[in-house]
Design a protein around this ligand. Structure first.
Ligand code: MG
Length: 423
């Protein structure tokens, strides 16, 4: 048996954990640069606030109903997500993090009669230890666990946990679910299935497997099997080796000048390099892309991406930053307004075992690695920050390229100054 644990309205719920005054009040969370709404509490959705709605269109609703508005606080959400996983790991031996707010659990060791109580225990423990509401779906396959979870969310009488541990229960669940809501069925596939008169999960489960395989592929056939309780998907607890590290952001205000862009690119490169070093990797290639702002001149006029190979592969922010700077010089054109930039590191390999280069001695490589380790240690210590002067001397949030985050909540759980105070 598998369980799928999914946090309810994750971003909005995270914002509420340290703001009990927001209980029952509508909450929305905004995209980067506060452009549009990316998440909302059930109360906000009840008012007609939709994901993807530009903030300015929702202004009237927000004012009229006293909706609490937050910029996205990924530091907080990432840490809360980590806490949910750690809590689940105290209850079950195997947890697969599927997305920032969803985990699959392997329940094969639990006897049947313990499944329903376990579902409740998961809800209670996450609520008590982390402060977040979750729903639990339990079933013999991942696809059915996902489906059980959506029923647990919808049906108030289910107590937040739905267990499909018998054929009768499975059938009772399938007919309620439109085929478009089945995990792995996108809009296009749903359209094609509906044209074959397959409108519900029940009809898909009853479909001729061979026909499905012939018309679509083995992936969709697997879906049919999974809906019938035949497990085809297993726990994926081994992280897939990383193919790339990207750091990209849109700017609070579009940038025109080369020096301003240079600072932003220097910062993005440093961020990407730090993330890469955390995983013990070095890069054989660096790419840069730029995007003109929506109101800028059309972007098709000239290439917006450039890349260069690094030989030998490097993890040194100074090397990467110099290379990114050269890429920027080759891409930048005067008179354009740039709204976004991104740095991508690829051809990753484990650090410390790169091929020796004709021009870089082992000694140099060792020194670079030691320097970067020291840099990362200082920046992680919370005592202060060290960065390349190329990023500019201002604090990140004061820079001209900083993101607009006017409604940002504190980093309650990860920055000492932001710890909640109790009076
Ligand atoms: Mg969720």
């Amino acid at each position: 048996m598998f369980a799928l644990v999914d946090c309810n309205s994750f971003y909005a719920s995270c914002e509420r954990v340290f703001r009990p005054d927001l209980k029952g009040r509508p909450v929305v969370v905004l995209s980067n640069n506060d452009g549009c709404i990316v998440a909302g509490s059930p109360e906000a959705r009840g008012l007609g606030v939709r994901t993807g709605m530009p903030l300015h269109e929702a202004r009237d609703l927000i004012r009229k109903h006293g909706v609490a508005v937050f910029s996205s606080n990924y530091t907080l959400y990432g840490d809360m997500s980590r806490r949910v996983v750690a809590t689940l790991e105290t209850l079950v031996p195997q947890v697969e993090m599927y997305s920032i707010d969803e985990c699959f659990l392997d329940l094969s060791l639990f006897p049947d009669h313990e499944l329903q109580p376990l579902g409740q225990q998961i809800r209670e423990r996450v609520a008590r230890w982390v402060g977040l509401p979750v729903c639990v779906g339990i079933a013999p396959t991942k696809t059915l666990a996902k489906l059980a979870n959506s029923l647990a969310k919808k049906d108030a009488g289910a107590g937040g946990a739905v267990v499909l541990n018998s054929d009768a229960r499975r059938r009772g669940a399938l007919w309620q679910v439109p085929v478009s809501a089945v995990w792995g069925v996108g809009r296009r596939l749903a359209g094609r299935l509906e044209a074959m008169d397959i409108n519900t999960a029940e009809q898909l489960a009853a479909a001729d497997r061979r026909l499905i395989r012939k018309r679509f592929s083995v992936v969709q056939e697997r879906l049919v099997r999974e809906l019938n309780g035949e497990p085809c998907l297993t726990m994926e607890t081994q992280p897939v080796p990383r193919q790339q590290v990207i750091h990209s952001r849109s700017f609070g205000d579009p940038l025109v000048s080369l020096p301003a862009l240079r600072q932003a690119v220097s910062d993005f490169t440093a961020k990407a390099a730090e993330k890469m070093r955390q995983e013990g990797l070095c890069a054989g290639r660096i790419s840069l892309y730029l995007r003109t702002a929506p109101m800028g001149k059309p972007q098709q006029l000239f290439p917006h991406t450039a890349s260069a190979s690094l030989s030998p592969a490097s993890l040194d922010t100074r090397v990467l930053s110099r290379q990114a700077g050269e890429l920027l010089s080759s891409l930048w054109k005067p008179g354009y307004r740039y709204g976004k930039a991104g740095v991508m590191l690829t051809e990753l390999s484990p650090a410390g075992q790169g091929q020796a280069s004709l021009f870089a001695s082992q000694e140099t490589t060792r020194k670079e690695e030691a320097l970067m380790k020291t840099l990362d240690a200082i920046n992680a210590s919370g005592k202060g920050k060290v960065w390349l002067a190329g990023r500019g001397m201002k604090r990140e949030e004061q820079s001209v390229w900083a993101m607009r985050r006017a409604h940002l909540s504190p980093a309650y759980t990860t920055r000492v100054e932001d710890l909640p105070r109790v009076y």
